[in-house]
Design a protein around this ligand. Structure first.
Ligand code: AMP
Length: 394
């Protein structure tokens, strides 16, 4: 079945057409700068396209995707549309698109201000442009809804959870779900037999503890700011630092928000870059800021992994994914060294090869737990969920 996967961001629309039978991407592209001067870039079986166009809203962007897919002779082969949605609030699994669902997504805009409004608008536009196709919303938070109460509650008065739904939600759920299922497939085990930690390390990063195929704890929280040190996000920090900066430097909410979301993490620690490629290269050349950033990133990563490992009865494998997890030998090696207490024994050649010649495994023979590199594919999982739904309503 051919599925159009749409990911509407605040000023962008990413898309892919995926054939769920052979799991191949037939076409993919990106519209950026919506509201300013739209920039379209895409490829498909008939060729590539790149141009600027008048794009005041998401509607013009999705129409342009439709036109491109028509020119690529794909449009009439698409049988359903799957939407990536960052925050699913109360939803514990992917949900069919209805007006009620769109209204609910709008009602939780404050939970993910940069995403939810754009998702709701994008879904509404797609409903209008593809009225005959079944459509499904796939939430980044849904996979984490199996966490027990003791894992998702914060230590603040319970009424804040009851009245305002303040709790740990977790993000990157589609990626954690995909790579944990892939790891089971690669290891030739049923998901029910495995206890895994999945480390999705990209510009945003999070780890999840997965017992018998279900998430039991995760490092991101009420928002994607919690947990690990990231590209420009601080990760967990003592909230009293914010009070201090308010009193001492007069920082208001917007200034604090910018500090912890845009100026911190690898960028803030290194004073150089949010890009792990630059950080590792400059650290190797002796740049002190880059060395500090790399050190803190890998230490906090190990510390958080150690923390959520206690949610599992034992650990079978640590699975690295995301741009950094799939590519950075240095981050994996340093993190496994920091986690020596858990018994990891790295195989340097396997790590150097990103596990490409050793069935994704980068630890030495006999190492328990295993460490693995498994490339993520969130779009494929969205397409597979959507195909399953589309078949059920045929
Ligand atoms: P993502 O958000 O998953 O696209 O990941 C982006 C992050 O992956 C950036 O910090 C990149 O620097 C990092 N990354 C991509 N390729 C490499 C690489 N070969 N070595 C180290 N980091 C990389």
């Amino acid at each position: 079945m051919r599925i159009l996967v749409l990911n509407c961001g605040s000023s962008s629309v990413k898309f892919a057409v995926i054939d769920t039978e052979n799991k191949e991407s037939l076409s993919s592209g990106l519209v950026e700068n919506i509201g300013v001067n739209g920039h379209f870039k895409a490829k498909g079986p008939e060729g590539k396209a790149e141009f600027h166009f008048d794009c005041p809203t998401h509607k013009e962007a999705v129409v342009e995707v439709q036109k491109f897919l028509t020119a690529q002779k794909l449009i009439n082969t698409i049988e359903a549309v799957g939407h990536r949605v960052v925050h699913g609030g109360k939803y514990i699994k992917s949900e069919p698109v209805t007006q009620e669902l769109i209204d609910y997504i709008r009602s939780i805009i404050l939970f993910a201000p940069q995403h939810e409004g754009a998702h709701a608008t994008g879904i509404e536009v797609a409903k209008e442009i593809f009225p005959g196709l079944p459509q499904l919303a796939v939430f980044d938070t849904a996979f984490h809804q199996t966490m027990p109460r003791k894992a998702f509650l914060y230590g603040i008065p319970y009424s804040y959870y009851e009245d305002l739904k303040i709790r740990r939600y977790g993000f990157h759920g589609t990626s954690h779900r995909y790579v944990s299922a892939e790891a089971a497939r690669i290891l030739n085990k049923k998901p029910e037999e495995l206890n895994l930690i999945t480390a999705h390390l990209g510009n945003g990063s999070s780890c999840s503890a997965i017992h018998a195929g279900k998430c039991v704890d995760t490092t991101m929280g009420f928002t994607p700011l919690d947990g690990l040190v990231m590209g420009t996000r601080s990760g967990s920090l003592d909230p009293a630092i914010l009070f201090f900066l308010n009193k001492k430097l007069g920082y208001d909410i917007d200034r604090l928000n910018k500090l912890v979301n845009k100026e911190s993490g690898l960028l803030g620690l290194s004073g150089l870059s949010n890009d792990m490629r630059t950080i590792t290269q400059k650290a190797a050349e002796g740049h002190t800021g880059a060395q500090i950033a790399l050190e803190v990133f890998c230490y906090k990563l190990a510390r958080e992994i150690g923390g959520i490992t206690m949610a599992l009865p034992r650990l079978d494998a640590l699975v690295f994914t995301g741009g950094i997890g799939e590519n950075s030998r240095v981050v994996r090696e340093t993190t496994l060294e920091n986690l020596a207490i858990l018994g990891f024994k790295i195989d340097h050649q396997r790590n150097e090869d990103n596990g490409a010649n050793s069935n994704h495994i980068i630890t030495a023979e006999g190492s328990t737990p295993l460490a693995m590199v498994v490339p993520t594919n969130e779009e494929l999982l969205i397409a597979l969920d959507t195909a399953e739904y589309a078949k059920s309503v045929k």
